[in-house]
Design a binder for this molecule. Structure first.
Ligand code: SF4
Ligand code: MG
Length: 318
């Protein structure tokens, strides 16, 4: 498998009042392969959105490296080079309403990136391209003159996807793209993203707050807790043989769709709230909520290791 993105020991800390530091992302290392979907799952506040935004450089990392297709994004680059990376990496946001400018028509919204990256296109060619992209996402020409508020949530997310696709990106970070949508619409958007990936060879980082949402789209899944990745493996292995106690708890929370099917997993209720990333627990950050916590969990940070083939975990049990 070819690596598209390599992230090494990436941190993003925010400096707050009174010298406090919020360690939103705290030492994340992973690879994203070309053409795959890597799901990132964790409760709100675990740092997954910050991770996405730091990878795509909406935030400057505090430390660590992001290497895209062999090129480090940290080094100072010319304006042209930065522009070329912006074109390759796009983002789709959770709330397609607040992320779309309400005073712009769909034509203007989808054209924005084209104007920057293909300024040579004349207005009629540009409009043709916008119509083509609207068709790709299941909308059409007649939608181009309308404004975001005239659309349903699902259609607005299609506009957000069209905007991202307009510059022919290779890599898309989708930050909870279906979390705000009706359940009946969620599968449509997931299927659209899958189809577009197959047709266009896209690579996705797909962020979600529960495992049910990433299940059908992810090839591999990374589980995040308090700024760290605690487990990473293929979707299949993660669903059938999770290793980390936090992953087990997340999995046990997925509702069983048919009440006649007996629940095979015991429901694990996580005690307490996620601790503050300003003052995370010593040792294993999950220990305050872990039913397997041992003395060593308080003292030592568990090492990130390949416990089984292609199955990485950070936990003293392994
Ligand atoms: Fe639980 Fe200890 Fe493993 Fe952390 S290292 S998940 S506290 S068993
Ligand atoms: Mg978020």
């Amino acid at each position: 498998k070819d690596t598209l993105l390599e992230i090494n020991n990436l941190t993003k800390h925010f400096h707050l009042n009174k010298g406090k530091v919020l360690k939103a992302v705290d030492g994340v290392s992973l690879q994203i392969f070309k053409g795959e979907t890597l799901g990132v799952v964790g409760e709100s506040g675990c740092g997954k959105s910050t991770l996405g935004r730091t990878i795509i450089r909406l935030y400057d990392p505090t430390s660590g490296q992001v290497i895209y297709d062999g090129v480090s994004l940290q080094e100072k680059r010319s304006k042209e080079q930065r522009k070329s990376f912006q074109k390759k990496m796009q983002m789709i946001f959770q709330d397609p309403y607040s992320s779309l400018n309400p005073r712009k028509t769909v034509m203007e919204i989808v054209s924005e990136g084209i104007l920057i990256h293909e300024p040579e296109l004349n207005p009629s060619k540009r409009a043709e391209k916008v119509y083509y992209i609207l068709e790709l996402v299941g909308l059409n020409k007649t939608h181009a003159t309308r404004y975001p508020h005239e659309f349903s949530g699902g259609q607005r997310q299609r506009i957000g996807i069209a905007r991202a696709l307009a510059v022919n990106p290779e890599f898309i970070i989708a930050d909870e793209p279906i979390a705000a949508l009706d359940v009946s619409i969620q599968a449509q958007i997931v299927n659209l993203l899958k189809d577009l990936q197959n047709e266009r060879g896209l690579t996705y980082l797909f962020i979600a707050h529960d495992l049910a949402m990433v299940k059908h789209i992810s090839d591999r899944i990374a589980v995040m807790y308090l700024g760290n990745i605690v487990e990473l493996t293929t979707s299949d292995i993660l669903y059938h043989k999770p290793l980390h106690p936090y992953t087990e708890a997340l999995l046990s929370a997925i509702p069983v769709p048919d009440p006649k099917i007996e629940r095979t997993r015991e429901r694990i209720i996580l005690e307490g709230n996620i601790p503050s990333p300003i003052d995370p627990p010593s040792g294993c950050r999950f220990r305050t909520r872990c039913r397997h916590a041992m003395d060593i969990c308080k003292e030592a940070v568990p090492e990130w290791k390949e416990a089984e083939a292609n199955h990485f975990v950070a936990c003293h049990l392994y």
